[in-house]
Design a protein around this ligand. Structure first.
Ligand code: 3HC
Length: 314
């Protein structure tokens, strides 16, 4: 029987050799715990993320844009269910995870605590928020935990459609009437900095990054992904003819990256500690939807039990 130390050594050797960790494999309790934390919060983000966008389904400016937005919001629901299933492979119960969300014990992405004031916000969310999510999720396709990495492959395919539909909305408005262009610029002004915050605190303030990198849960740091996103997005904003609301933004030839201005981390910590513009509204809406949907869950469980009883009786 191997000692805990030998088991840990064997585990780390697998990680270093890029061997995926599967649900039935031995893993350090801390590895399991941090995966449950991250995957469940990722799932919560997908489900809560449906709310700001869902707010515009009845007000989409055309049938085509309504159908596209509907498809996107449904995708997010699917991503959430996918990720709850990935979390359950670690021995947790989905109901408990959802309870942690509803009681404020578990986080979800800061970005969904901002209001969607105009249709251009739906464009900015697809372009910037899904764009940032893609940067993070492409990295997570290489995460060391098998079910999480595999879930990311499918999610990334759908996210690229989300990013494209958002950019198309921004393009239409930026090339539209002066009022439409102004709406697109206002949306960029409102969503730019919160999108940068999505990547998490700066590396020197990140609690989990060092260990997550050692266990290859994370393959890049928060700051690396943030920088990658900025470098890619600046050109897209230029093509739209919109101005990124950062007077410090400037190409640095030596670094081969854009330098950018200070992020308001005070705002970030306010938002992730429940004091953002929409936190209370989001949780209230989630709890109401969960309660109103109880009958569907009960009916599904009753049906499954009846089917099982029939099978056992036969
Ligand atoms: N929003 C809320 N909380 C955040 C956050 C954010 N943007 N960034 C960091 N935090 C929290 C962390 O969860 C951690 O708190 P905890 O210990 O209570 O969980 C604390 O701040 C310290 O941050 P760390 O950098 O130490 O935490 P991580 O190593 O977990 O890194 C992360 C944070 C980069 C968000 C990482 O958890 C991650 O990659 N998560 C998976 C990706 C994810 O959740 N994406 C959500 C994007 S939205 C989405 O995908 C929907 C799409 O359709 C738009």
């Amino acid at each position: 029987m191997l000692s805990n130390e030998e088991l840990e050594k064997e585990f780390q050797a697998k990680i270093d050799a890029e061997i995926k960790i599967e649900p039935k494999d031995w893993m350090p309790e801390a590895y399991r715990k941090t995966l449950i934390r991250q995957i469940s919060q990722h799932a919560h983000s997908e489900v809560v993320g449906m709310l700001p966008e869902g707010n515009w389904i009845t007000r989409a400016p055309s049938l085509r844009s309504k159908v596209i937005l509907l498809a996107k919001v449904q995708d997010e629901a699917g991503h959430g269910l996918y990720l709850y299933s990935a979390a359950e492979t670690l021995g947790v119960d989905r109901e408990d995870l959802i309870e942690e969300l509803h009681t404020g014990k578990a986080k979800y992405s800061s970005i969904f605590n901002y209001p969607t004031l105009t249709w251009a916000d739906i464009g900015a969310i697809g372009w910037l928020v899904d764009g940032a999510a893609i940067a993070n999720q492409v990295m997570l396709c290489r995460t060391s935990y098998g079910p999480y990495a595999r879930a990311m492959v499918r999610i990334c395919k759908e996210e690229s459609f989300h990013q494209r539909q958002g950019y198309e909305i921004m393009l239409k408005m930026a090339k539209g009437t002066p009022e439409q262009k102004q709406m697109a610029q206002d949306a960029l002004n409102r969503w730019w900095w919160p999108s940068l915050m999505m990547f998490g605190p700066p590396d020197d303030k990140s609690i989990h990054s060092a260990q997550s990198l050692k266990w290859k849960i994370k393959r890049q740091t928060n700051d690396e992904l943030r920088q990658e996103f900025i470098d890619k997005t600046v050109k897209q904003a230029e093509y739209l003819g919109l101005t990124i609301p950062d007077p410090h933004l400037k190409w640095n030839e030596e670094r081969q990256h854009y330098d950018f201005g200070p992020i308001n981390w005070e705002e970030f910590y306010q938002v992730i500690n429940g004091n953002g513009p929409c936190n209370r509204q989001r949780l209230k809406a989630r709890i109401k939807a969960h309660e109103e949907g109880a009958w569907v869950r009960e009916a599904a469980i009753a049906y499954a039990e009846k089917k099982q009883a029939k099978k056992t009786a036969a």
